[in-house]
Ligand binder design. Sequence first.
Ligand code: ADP
Ligand code: MG
Length: 696
Amino acid sequence: MNTQITYLKSVGTARADLLKKELGIKTYADLANFFPFRYIDKTQFFKTNQLSNTNTEVQIIGKIANIKTVKQKRGSRLTAQFFDEFGSIELVWFQGAKWIKNNLKPNVKYVCHGKTAVYNGKFSITHPELELLSEYNNSLRSSMQAIYHSTELLTKKNVSNRVISKMMQNLFFEIKGKFTETLSPEIIKKLNLVSKNEAMFNIHFPSSQELLLKSQFRLKFEELFYIQLQLIRKNLIHKTKFKSYKFDKIGNNFNDFYANTLPFELTNAQKRVLKEIRKDLNTGAHMNRLLQGDVGSGKTIVALLSMLIAIDNEFQASLIAPTSILAMQHFESFTELLKDTDIKVALLQGATKVKARRIIHEGLENGEINILIGTHAILEDKVVFKNLGMALIDEQHRFGVKQRSKMWLKNKFPPHILVMTATPIPRTLAMSVYGDLDISIIDELPPGRKEIKTVHRFDKNRLAVWKFLRDEIEKGRQVYIVYPLIDESEAMDYKDLMDGFESISRDFPKPKYQISIVHGKMKPEAKDYEMERFSKGETQIMVATTVIEVGVNIPNASVMIIESAERFGLSQLHQLRGRVGRGAAQSYCILMSSYKLSAQAKERLATMVQTNDGFEIAEVDLKIRGPGNIMGTQQSGILNLKIADIVKDNQILKLAREAAKYIVLNDPNLEKIENVIISNTYKKIMKNDSLWMNIS
Ligand code: ADP
Ligand code: MG
């Protein structure tokens, strides 16, 4: 299997170079693992007078005549007649004319295969696949013809699908079905899988639809199984190798707060997640946990309670927020919640004055400060903790991996890490790309929340929308109007924002209406000042770009208007909507758009109108955009799959994960005799192409 592809019959050095360059195929094994991406039914033959549709794949038996070169505006094309006893069609080539001219034989029967078109009232096939009928009858025939991905250069150099098929045949004749089994007998039996040999043969030369499906299943399963095995083992290794502090006490800080101060009963989801965190903290292994929960699901209180556990065990804790507005909000709510305790909370941000900063540095070093809240100013080298036991990060997607890893350098052990995010990761991705992280999910909103009502409106409805706004403001509510700012440097976007601001100022005149504006080009102080005014209720309307996307909590704001909503991605729309629906009042989200909408934009807006569930939205997003476009997945090798598709093959992924878990649970080091095949295969995979696995 490691033989260089040059040595395969019908390949040679020129083609070998081409295969390597275009498809990454170097060895026999590479070729065998170059799987078809679709199949066509080869049982049916058409007669030339039976063609009725264009753009359908057909195969016809006939002979070639009348080959000629036709001059055209640029270059020339080659045409030929292909005829059978009932009539004829035209064959057309724009490339490779010389080779075709020299190789096509008149008066022998060919099987012609390709896509139909109509040109000058006559059926034609461009760049047909032609195979001598005699060869066709002798080849490894199957009812389903495998179709392989090709490239422009391959087509140009006449390495057609037929040529690849031929190579594949030669390969299978030569190796005579000697594929080493890669799954254990136990798994094969349990899941009723076909053998590696059978699967490999039938994926290229399916002898029936049923065997093809079984072979695809087996190969997809195998691929996903070994990825899951890597992820699960990595997680296990993390737990056994990376030590951290053991928080085995639940003391007064936690208990008193829970019994006396906690302003509400935790939801069941919050309780479950807290239990998961408590369990992690008590093992002595390093916690590396992602806490997912939709906007408003109550992650903050879980964060606070976790910090109290750290403090009960005489450690400090820190919380990093992505913006100073958010950091301030957390600081204020923590200070308020902890006002009857001895726990000292400090706030550190870029704007903190030198003197205040010095006091904070001291407090952190001598342990007087228990909780530090701040922006990434916390990550500066000068900030040294006496004993940081736990680091929490709010809204993970705003931080780079490197920034986070700095937190680890402060102590003897790395602090336990809890990353909170409101951007739900689809379960599918969570299982695959983020499979090495521990994940907790708050999938329940606190009781009494009213569903945000979402509607989609067009520019011509603006008068009605403005009237609705006036009515809501009349009732004492506040309103966000958000403009797209996809690219900070996009001058047009700023113009839209400023134009919008002007016309809103006209339609909502002072002194009756007060309007705030916040965007990325403003100085942080000016931004904070405007946010402050809105937060205090001094202004009723907040015109903004997506800077308000993350975490801002102003319960009295109950209407979110998103301008040019078709330009936003789904998760962004959902984040923005989450800024309302935080208070007692019924909240609304109005998506404004133009009439010209792409199919995808329509689907995005319809999804927003239809559901408030962040996980459902994340799944739709994944379906629309494909896994490669979801944040953080690009760097992961996991998406370079040969045959499986983590979205479409979700069910197989689940089975593979279960199987991998079962193996690791019973045989963590893959030492048992019954797992010898798995262990060998695993080692080989790890040696060749282990995943880029440090997403977490
Ligand atoms: P997010 O998960 O978006 O960070 P927050 O932690 O800001 O959400 O919580 C949103 C609001 O819900 C806050 O005002 C918080 O006090 C409130 N809240 C959180 N948990 C509960 C609960 N179990 N019962 C009632 N209200 C809650
Ligand atoms: Mg939050």
